[in-house]
Design a binder for this molecule. Structure first.
Ligand SMILES: [Zn+2]
Length: 86
């Protein structure tokens, strides 16, 4: 699998580290159930998904990677905060 780093260009996936689900939002409340869900609950999506990766063998930037978890096709990659839909 190849991932495009916004700073370094297209690189092999071995240069990156998976850091987690990019769709999870930090709760804006003190509700314990919302925080429990935020900290401990994760989905295992099948198909298109947004993930956080870091370029650990390169510039060390964190990036959002949109990819298909079944086919490993990478659709898009960008710096966190660049996409207004996130
Ligand atoms: Zn990089």
């Amino acid at each position: 699998m190849k991932i495009k780093c916004p700073y370094c260009g297209v690189r092999d996936q071995g240069e990156f580290s998976y850091e987690g689900d990019a769709t999870i939002k930090r709760p804006q409340t003190d509700d314990a159930d919302a925080w429990r869900e935020y900290v401990y609950s994760r989905n295992n999506p099948r198909g298109p998904h947004k993930e956080l990766w870091s370029h650990i063998a390169g510039c060390r930037a964190w990036i959002v990677v949109e990819r298909n978890t079944l086919t490993h096709e990478v659709y898009n990659s960008y710096l966190p905060g660049e996409n207004k839909d996130d």
